[in-house]
Design a protein around this ligand. Sequence first.
Ligand code: SF4
Length: 121
Amino acid sequence: MLTKLRGHHLICLNFFRGEGYSEDFIKNIYSVISKENVEIVAGPDDVCARCPYLKDNKCSNNDYTDEKILHQDREALRLLRLKPGEIIDWRMISAKLPGIMDKWKAQFCQDCGYLKVCFTG
Ligand code: SF4
């Protein structure tokens, strides 16, 4: 079973705790993370597909811009040493996290609304 994910979701979904923008969005994430393998994509992915903020194939979240999200994706893939088109499994992604999380948190987590969900409790 395969799901398509963009760069920053490869990192952020490891910290998913059942929170999200809508019931449908959350239900879809449970389905996404149940898939064993991940194909990396460069833009909107299987999570964005059920997100209320996806408009005209771009992220329209009030807290971000599409350009900022794309920058996060590129930076996530740079840190993980992965690229669009590759197919990997969750264990390979998780194994890379300890080596990159300090850099990722310093760049992106402090201003993120999910900070407390990911790193407390
Ligand atoms: S907020 Fe933006 S990047 Fe996040 S799932 Fe929704 S459309 Fe995708």
